[in-house]
Ligand binder design. Structure first.
Ligand SMILES: [Zn+2]
Ligand SMILES: [Zn+2]
Length: 319
């Protein structure tokens, strides 16, 4: 009897760490939203830290708000080191989808306190940063190219669509896809760690409105990853409620246009593959009445039974 209990105790002891392991193993990525809105509130603009589960080697997808979001995450016990250290030590590189201020203001403002790292973006986006922001008239040139003298803290890494590159100081890889965003080219980043993927889209309009095939081409590329369950989530914008007229969308999506795009994706994956699939809704534009409308309309139009996730600033998401 004594022995049985003893073995049972040992067995339970062994079981605990295994069950903890199994739990973390199911998750592939940790996402820490630093800013989730699409405008107005400068303390809550698009920026998402993403790392593989169990790692603190993050990339930052867009960088509208950094410091305020990091502080919120610390208040929520996501990080246990000071905000300056999170910025310097945990963020290993920035991925900028396009150079609109709501996607890069945090990076510019925090640059004096930041550490050396890469800025990854398409050539057109790097060109704008180089000639409009990291200049000695608008700020200081903290990058490695552009106006002299270059402080060389940030190193521009030009991404070319479709090529797979390793993200320095992390175990992750990235592939970039162009998106149509009114007059600009925006970017989608497909991040992977081993066999797990996550797709982040910067601002984008629907193909029908933008007279483009960029989203359709992106869906073609990722459909196999959804069918094989390797893609853990799509992070995509919904900026305006359906009441916004098509002619004043300025390269953004509404619930109607997001679901139109998801229908296009569903043709490629089959609708069953999208049932319960994680779609993280980004870039909701204030005021709060619009945000509430967007959420209600998305729920009403969710005929595919997507798992819609509304990220909150400083609250970790594990996928
Ligand atoms: Zn934009
Ligand atoms: Zn934006």
């Amino acid at each position: 009897m004594f022995l049985t209990h003893r073995y049972l105790a040992i067995f339970c002891f062994l079981l605990i760490p295994f069950s903890v392991l199994a739990q973390t193993k199911n998750n592939s990525f940790r996402i820490v939203p630093l800013g989730v809105l699409g405008g107005i509130d400068e303390s809550n603009l698009s920026a998402y830290m993403v790392a593989s589960e169990g790692s603190n080697n993050y990339v930052c997808l867009d960088a509208g708000t950094l410091h305020y979001g990091i502080q919120k995450a610390i208040d929520n016990k996501v990080f246990s080191i000071p905000a300056e250290q999170v910025l310097r030590r945990y963020i290993k590189g920035y991925f900028i989808s396009h150079a609109h201020l709501d996607h890069i203001a945090g990076l510019i403002i925090n640059s004096p306190d930041d550490s050396t790292k890469n800025i990854y973006a398409l050539a057109s986006c790097i060109e704008t940063i180089k000639t409009h922001y990291f200049t000695w008239e608008s700020w200081a040139n903290f990058a490695n190219e552009g106006e002299a003298p270059a402080i060389k803290k940030y190193h521009y890494q030009t991404l070319t669509p479709d090529s797979l590159i390793a993200i320095q100081n992390t175990s992750m890889y990235v592939r970039a896809f162009p998106l149509s965003h009114s007059n600009l080219t925006s970017t989608a980043f497909l991040i992977n760690n081993n066999d797990a993927y996550i797709l982040y889209l910067g601002d984008t309009g629907a193909d029908d409105i933008e007279k483009s095939h960029n989203l359709h081409n992106l869906w073609l590329a990722i459909a196999p990853l959804i069918k094989s369950k390797k893609l853990k989530a799509i992070m995509i914008e919904t900026s305006f409620p359906d009441e916004q007229p098509d002619k004043t969308l300025f390269g953004h999506l509404t619930p109607h246009w997001l679901m139109t795009e998801m229908d296009d994706l569903a043709v490629l994956t089959g609708p069953d593959a999208l049932k319960g699939f994680n779609v993280i809704i980004t870039h909701l534009k204030p005021p709060q009445t619009s945000i509430n409308k967007i959420k209600t309309q998305l729920a009403a139009e969710n005929k595919l039974y997507l798992n819609l996730i509304f990220p909150q600033q400083g609250k970790e998401i594990n996928l």
